[in-house]
Write a protein that binds this ligand. Structure first.
Ligand SMILES: NC(=O)c1ccc[n+]([C@@H]2O[C@H](COP(=O)([O-])OP(=O)(O)OC[C@H]3O[C@@H](n4cnc5c(N)ncnc54)[C@H](O)[C@@H]3O)[C@@H](O)[C@H]2O)c1
Length: 267
């Protein structure tokens, strides 16, 4: 049909304007790089100018330093996109923190800190993005986690926050679908970034990899691909989804090792 875009026109983010938070970190940086390579205008957001220094080499990428925990940062990133590029097409609310501590030993200060950045800041980001997209439509992608789809031992605050943000994406998707705004979550498994750097070269790394059906950690680029797809019109009929990017770990009950896991040393 004549009014349907050709597949070539929708499969990437060419000419679109996309905001990415957590852009100094592994997944955020890979997402900014991929979107830039696809021809998007990108606004990169993270805590400090220094953290965003790497993006200087990408022409046309705007850098906004600030905490996503502040309304002012969320307002600034959205208005920078509209002022510089004329409109806002997509936002990746990806900044997040992980604090260890189980339900007995974890402090309420740590719990509040994790909920503030992983949930409250995402609400602020959603509100700012939706306001800017209300007349044009758009796509919002939240970075959840497999830790939001099931529990882990020793990181209860993170599990709570990621569970909340996955359901937040669903609820927001329902609230704004009539505006042509889509909201989805990506749910990464273990990915090689600063967040998992403490496992590197330790026996825990091998053990975690063996529990994944694909028997390896993911690379930031592999999550960026999912974010870029959900940000693009190629995913135009997908909203309210939670997409695992997890090497298959949430496909299983965890009761039995896979063939790959047994080869990697799991009984
Ligand atoms: N790495 C993994 O294994 C994994 C797995 C599942 C989900 N995730 C999620 O992916 C997202 C990205 O994490 P990553 O793995 O790239 O880790 P990362 O630590 O490399 O990056 C996180 C980035 O968020 C930024 N950030 C933190 N608080 C901020 C704030 N208040 N304002 C602005 N920026 C802030 C940090 O400065 C950092 O650059 C997070 O939401 C994380 O929870 C990661």
């Amino acid at each position: 049909m004549a009014d349907e875009p050709r597949h070539d026109d929708v499969r990437d983010n060419r000419g679109r304007t996309v905001v990415v938070t957590g852009a100094a970190g592994g997944i955020g940086r890979a997402t900014v790089s991929l979107l830039h390579a696809q021809g998007a205008n990108v606004v990169a957001v993270d805590l400090t100018d220094d953290g965003l220094e790497w993006a200087r080499e990408l022409p046309g990428v705007l850098r906004i330093p600030g905490s996503v925990g502040e309304s002012s940062t969320n307002a600034a990133m959205v208005s920078a996109a509209v002022e510089a590029f004329g409109r806002l097409d997509a936002v990746a609310l990806n900044a997040g923190i992980l604090v260890s501590g189980d339900i007995r030993s974890g402090t309420m200060d740590d719990y509040d800190r994790v909920m503030d950045i992983n949930v409250r800041a995402v609400v602020l980001g959603l509100k700012a993005a939706i306001e800017a997209m209300a007349d044009t439509g758009g796509s919002i992608v939240v970075t959840g986690s497999v830790s939001g789809l099931a529990g882990d031992s020793g990181i209860f605050a993170y599990n709570t926050s990621k569970g909340a943000v996955v359901n937040l994406a669903r609820a927001a998707a329902l609230d704004v679908a009539h505006l042509g705004i889509r909201v989805n979550a990506v749910c990464p498994g273990p990915i090689r970034t600063n967040m998992t750097a403490h496992t590197e070269g330790r026996s825990i790394e091998k053990a975690m990899a063996a529990r994944l059906p694909l028997t390896r950690f993911g690379e930031p680029r592999e999550v960026a691909e999912a974010i870029a797809f959900l940000a693009s019109p190629a995913s135009s009929f997908i909203t309210g989804a939670a997409l695992p990017v997890d090497g298959g770990v949430t496909a299983g009950t965890g009761q039995w090792a896979t063939v790959g896991g047994r080869s990697a040393g799991m009984p």
